[in-house]
Design a binder for this molecule. Sequence first.
Ligand code: T4K
Length: 363
Amino acid sequence: MKRFDKPILVTRPYLPDLEEVKKGCDEIWENQWLTNNGPMLKKFQKALSEYLCVPETNMALFNNGTLALELGYYAMGLSGGDVITTPFTFVATSHALKRIGATPIFADIDPETLCLDPAKAEKLITPRTKAIVPVHVYGNACDVDGFERLGEKYGVKIIYDAAHAFGVKPLVVCGDMSMYSFHPTKLFHSCEGGLLVFKDETVQEKLFELRNFAIRSEMECVDVGSNAKMNELQALMGLECLKKIDCLLDYRQKIYMAYKEVFDGCDSVKLIDKSCNKAYVPVLLKDFVARERVYTELQEKCNVFSRRYFYPLLTDFAPYVYGQRCCPIAEDLASRVLALPTYYGLPIEDVKSIAENVLEIVG
Ligand code: T4K
């Protein structure tokens, strides 16, 4: 079994060319403008609009994905209502609902995509339901047609947590709103950051106000807003990373293919192959015991730090225990899943060795 000299972490952020970043810093220093809708933010917004093919009127940038979600949910009027969502996600999906006074109701996931199952969600719709929040988990596409039908049939909003789905162009314009996280653990980042893309452009003004305390003018504060503005250094980092987005996406595909080559035909390690952007490389092990063994031995024997995304399930965490045992598929998959290292620059030879180590551990 190969032991790496230096630890291999589940992910490392892409760091753009420092000289280019310094040039951008010169511009920021020149402007003496550091945050509050500055020129670098406007440049970043324009570049994203071109890359995503979404008009600038239908997007808003934030200082992180969690606040983007929180203010997006709030602007869509979800406070005080029930919102059907998945327990198989990062805590932020549901925390942001709770923080605006909405109640997450958990429905089970599709065993193939690991995303919320529209049929399971439909069974939980009641007159209190204001929205459904599916998550394109790992960059796996949700059943967007299925959710669109539910949105039309029941008049509920469909808001995607697309934190993992940057670079998947067909998913950009679906539902009423989508949120992208630009955290450094994502394949594309702006140090920290979040983006909302929305169908109804009239929401933009509300979001711009909400991210700036809901201050409309020197004399007017119109709601209980937050401080969720992306600053100029974040925008610069985002701009520089966006220049390399095609390479970042290509490299993830190469890593994925290297894992696939080793795991192909193996019954005890099943690569989840639904991800459109290969943002993560999750595998399913035979059972909980096998997963825990791989997780521990990779660390102890190989110096490889995989992660159990997403275990425990949200419904095992204190704020959401009321949803425990409603989602048997999610419970089963969370107990067997393991995300293996993937990031730009991880040598392909190392990927093969990690995969071979995993096979050796499972025997
Ligand atoms: N919705 C979903 C579905 C999400 O997955 C997330 C975030 C959100 C919403 C919220 O978006 P943000 O508000 O974050 O924009 C990480 C991230 O903190 C979190 O952004 C992410 N999801 C979640 C899945 O993973 P941890 O606790 O695993 O992060 P941490 O610090 O343990 O880092 C993971 C690995 O990356 C470590 O091995 C170290 C390495 N790393 C990390 C950072 C930050 C680096 O090498 N350099 C770095 O700068 O939560």
